[in-house]
Structure formats: C-alpha cells, structure tokens
Design a protein around this ligand. Structure first.
Ligand code: GLU
Length: 364
C-alpha cells in the first residue's frame, strides 16, 4: 500500500466464508488461506486492527474424515468441527507466525453473548487481544452449540462482533463479488454496487439457495449487512477469491463488490446489543394500534403499559423481548424493565412507568 492509498479504516472485521477457504472437493484451500493471511498481515503492518471471523471448520473436518460411520447431523457437525477447527486454527497460527504476528482463537456460542454482562466480557477479551497486538480469529463453537440456540451462520456472528467492537467496517468475503440484480450465472445480471439505508426492494433480487459448504446464504448476508449499516458501520460483500481483495478494499480502491452505505445516525452501544438480540428473546409483547403509531412516529417514545395488549412468555427484568403489532407484525426488540408477571398485570393500565424505555428499544 502506498502512502497516498492510506486506509481510512482503523478497525476492521473480516468474515471469511467456508466457500472461500474450501476447494471444489471440500478440502481446505491452503493457498487461499495463505494469501488472506498475507493481506491481513499487510493491514496489520499498516496499524489497522483486524478481527477475523473464519468459517470452514466443519468443511475442513469433513474432508479429513471421508466415508466413515453414518452420523446424525448434530453428531456430524460436532465431530467435523472438533477436528476441522484444530486443523484450521493451526494453519492460521503458522501462517501468521511466519509473518511475525500472533493470532488467538476465540470460540463462542450464541448463549455466551446472550446477556449484557457476557457480551461486555467477550468484548473486553477481544479488546485485550487487540491491545496486545494479537489478531482474534473467531468461530462459533460448533462442538458445543445447542442446535436451537445457534447463530443462523457466521454472518450473524460477524454482524454482532462488528457492532460490539465498534468496527469501521465489516468485510464479508464470499465466493461471489456481491449481490446481483438477477441470476449471476446468466451473464446479464449486474452487480449492485451500493445499497443505501433507504433502499427498499433489495430482497427481490436475492437468490435464496445456500452456498455449498457454509450455513448462510445471500439473504442472511444482506439482512445482517443492512442491520449493521443502520448502526453506522459500513459493510462490504466481496469475493474472497480475488487476489489482493482485502488490501484493495482497505485502500479504498474500486473493486467489484456490494457496499452498504452506513447510516449517518448510528445508535448507542446498548441499542446495538439489543438490535442483535432478537434470537435471545424470552417473550413477546403484543401492542395496540395507538402504541404502534407512537413508537413508529417521528418522536422518540418509550413503550408504556397502556399500549400493551398481551404478554407472552416467561421473562425477568432485563431480558430481551420481541414486540409485535396488532396484526402480529414484528415491530422490534427491547429490554424490559419488569418481569412477565408484572408486565401482564399492568397491561393496558394508564400512568405507569415504561415497560421498555426508549433507550432500550430497537425498532426494525
Ligand atoms: N461455524 C461453521 C464452520 O466453521 C460455519 C458456519 C457458517 O457457514 O456460517 O464450519
């Protein structure tokens, strides 16, 4: 990178998908890992803090244990990820070490980010690593994750980590340049270069099939990307197989990719955590039309008991709940100021303190 191309980024989250790291036959693409480590090392030398979310453990483990016994899907995921994660992190460790850089492994689960204390603890761990010049390499701990409580995929984890760590940008590396306005294989479809916070009809362009080795697909990528961009963080979806892609993106060069332009009105730290907490919700608050209009109106408003019609689930004070409108439509998520019993008792009553304060409310 020349001086003139000095990166505007100080802290980057880079998510590397299974398809970037695996060859057609399912084996790990060592050359690709080496090239990505080279690029990350260049950014590191530039003083850019990099946090890596790397998939590929399950794929790497599967290729190590071909044939073998018939296993159910949970056992297979546990077995393959246990073997594959060891193999993957060893590669990263050796390649970074050859370049004089120390990397460290962070394996996490959705549960271990599900309370604000856990979240802050995880954040603290990674801040310490970065301050010590260590590159964190994260993955979901697939060996112990409980199926019902898993991240949809590593894109979801990457989104959460980007907001948690206050990244300048999240780069999602896939095996395709970004989102196309049609079938990318047709030769006619155009790459969508920029998505703005107000872009509304993106979903209709997105093909729903999943990538062959990973859990995610373009639909989750774009959903996460929009959420993260709404929180004031730029998101780029690009092809991890393009030579020098990370270095070029970090230098602000024109490369084929889909860029989600960040909102100019980012939200507070606690709201960011709440925004990514939908999957941890312990209950549902049904609200009436009046409350819906108040919440979605132009002024910042808390959810008051008078606007609550019904309370579902068993939650405690401080838990996350989903909020749904009169038609059952999702409105947002929030952190409740009381437990489910009290919330049900006060539903519809006037003159009481907010059930969810505005500062702890994130609307879709
Ligand atoms: N954690 C999985 C792995 O390492 C990948 C999940 C995903 O595809 O996003 O294989």
């Amino acid at each position: 990178m020349t001086k003139r191309e000095k990166s505007p980024y100080r802290r980057l989250v880079v998510k590397i998908g299974s398809n970037v790291l695996t060859r057609q036959d399912g084996t790990l693409d060592i050359t690709r890992i080496c090239s990505l480590v080279d690029q990350l090392a260049m950014l590191h030398a530039e003083g850019i803090e990099c946090i890596v979310i790397s998939s590929g453990a399950v794929a790497a483990g599967r290729s190590e244990l071909p044939g073998g016994r018939k296993l159910d899907s949970v056992s297979a995921r546990q077995l393959f990820s246990a073997v594959g994660q060891a193999k993957l992190i060893n590669r990263y460790y050796d390649f970074f070490r050859e370049r004089g850089i120390v990397c460290g492994q962070v394996l996490t689960t959705k549960e271990s980010l599900s309370t604000r204390d856990h979240y802050l603890n995880q954040k603290n761990c990674m801040e310490t690593m970065l301050r010590s010049g260590v590159i964190p390499i994260l993955n979901e701990n697939d060996t112990i994750s409980v199926t019902e409580l898993m991240f949809t995929d590593n894109d979801e984890l990457a989104g959460l980590v980007s907001t948690m760590m206050g990244a300048d940008a999240l780069i999602i590396l896939s095996n395709i340049d970004g989102i196309y306005d049609g079938n990318p294989g047709s030769g006619e479809a155009q790459l969508i270069r920029e998505v703005y916070p107000e872009t509304s009809d993106l979903a209709r362009f997105i093909r729903t099939e999943r990538s062959s080795f990973g859990r995610g697909g373009m639909l989750t990528k774009s959903r996460i990307a929009r959420k993260v961009a709404a929180e004031g963080i730029e998101v780029v979806i690009a092809c991890g197989r393009r030579d020098g892609i990370l270095v070029d993106l970090a230098a602000g060069k024109e490369v084929p990719c889909t860029r989600f332009i960040p909102s100019e009105h980012p939200v507070s730290g606690v709201k960011k955590w709440i925004a990514h907490s939908e999957g941890f919700a312990k209950g549902i608050i049904h609200i009436n039309q009046g409350a819906l209009e108040a919440l979605t109106g132009p002024t910042a408003t808390s959810l008051l008991p008078i606007g609550v019609v019904r309370v579902e689930g068993d939650f405690d004070r401080g838990d996350i709940v989903r909020i749904v409108g009169p038609e059952g439509e999702p409105i947002g998520v929030g952190q409740v100021s009381t437990d489910s019993i009290h919330a049900a008792q006060t539903a519809g009553r006037k003159g009481l303190r907010p059930l969810i304060h505005y500062d702890y409310l994130f609307l879709d």
